[in-house]
Ligand binder design. Structure first.
Ligand SMILES: N[C@@H](CCC(=O)N[C@@H](CS)C(=O)NCC(=O)O)C(=O)O
Length: 204
């Protein structure tokens, strides 16, 4: 097994997940700024979407997408459970991961790609510069929405630390210093992110 790794919050989330599981997986770091991920042989051998991370299995097949990679690792190494140890727990974590990913993480990343980092991303993907500010505003509205739902919770899934916490913290911590600062009014969400950031795995 081998993880194609790079800079960025997507591979970071998988590295943190691996560290929380106590696993050791060999990594091959791709030159993302040099666009190794956007040309051959990466596109046909690893990920036709031209992104990282990617997990190559021992039979040569490749799994991409953070959530699919983490689901695979959870199935192969169920303990400690970072998605869930029964159907209800898994459904709950998947619900929050999807809500957070679609409503917060994707607009947050695209606000950065279309705005602050447009020059870096222009040769990689379609950039919509006029959408950047609205995407950032949308992200903030949804973070405030999430904050209201997180009252009294230690983690996104209550007392269970999950992939939802890992993804939320990896994204928000990266972009808070890149044009999308934390809203101090979001005390519940900020506390969850702070608790997650304090875990040793976050250094992975
Ligand atoms: N939906 C994908 C997103 C992957 C992604 O956007 N990765 C970034 C790194 S954080 C990337 O490869 N960016 C470089 C590029 O797009 O050229 C996933 O879940 O893995």
């Amino acid at each position: 097994m081998k993880l194609y790794n790079s800079i960025g919050m997507n591979p970071q989330a998988v590295r943190v997940f691996i560290a929380e599981k106590g696993l050791t997986i060999p990594m091959s770091t791709i030159d993302l700024p040099g666009m190794e991920n956007r040309r051959e042989p990466y596109l046909s051998k690893v990920n036709p979407a031209g992104q990282s991370p990617a997990l190559e299995l021992d039979d040569g097949s490749v799994i991409t997408e953070v959530t699919a990679i983490c689901e695979y690792l959870e199935d192969m190494h169920p303990k400690p459970a970072l998605i869930g140890s029964n159907a209800k727990e898994k459904a709950e974590a998947r619900m929050w991961i999807r809500r957070i990913d679609l409503n917060i993480l994707e607009p947050m990343a695209n606000g950065f790609r279309y705005g602050d980092a447009a020059d870096f991303f222009k040769p990689r993907m379609r950039i919509i510069p006029q959408a950047a500010d609205d995407l950032k505003k949308l992200t903030q509205e949804r973070l405030t929405w999430l904050d209201g739902l997180m009252a009294g919770r230690q983690w996104v899934c209550g007392s269970r630390f999950t992939l939802a916490d890992i993804m939320l913290a990896c994204w928000v911590n990266l972009f808070k210093d890149r044009g999308q600062p934390l809203n101090p009014a979001n005390r519940n969400v900020n506390a969850i992110i702070e608790r997650t950031a304090a875990r040793p795995s976050m250094k992975a």
